[in-house]
Design a protein around this ligand. Sequence first.
Ligand code: ZN
Length: 149
Amino acid sequence: MSDYNELYQQIILEHNKKPRNFKVLEAPNGCSFGKNPLCGDQFAVYTKLDADGKIEDIGFQGDGCAIAKASASLMTNAVKGKTREEALLMRDEFQQMLTTEWSEQECHHLGKLTILSGVKEYPVRVKCATLAWHTLASALEGKTETTTE
Ligand code: ZN
């Protein structure tokens, strides 16, 4: 197994076992429910933006396969402290990373998240990995639900 594959597996396992920000926010100002009917993944994402439009706190609940859950956990860590616009840009880059030819330069807002680029090898899992990001975008856009279909 290559170093990359080993790291990829480790991160998925670790975040699946101990998802970060796996909580309901008490007073969210954004909340959306997202599902991926292909796999059965479903998550609610809660966001709390401060007066400057920065994501002050974020939480998610729900269940899904290991990739979906790990990706949701990584997403919440990655966008905390970011502005709404930055988070939406990261969603676009994440989607681009998994569906098109991409370079680290193009997706430079993603940082550590590029570890999930390996999901591209499994096209059926791409919607699992992007679900949390679409649900986040939906919450930030004031929509209450979304689906990967
Ligand atoms: Zn899934």
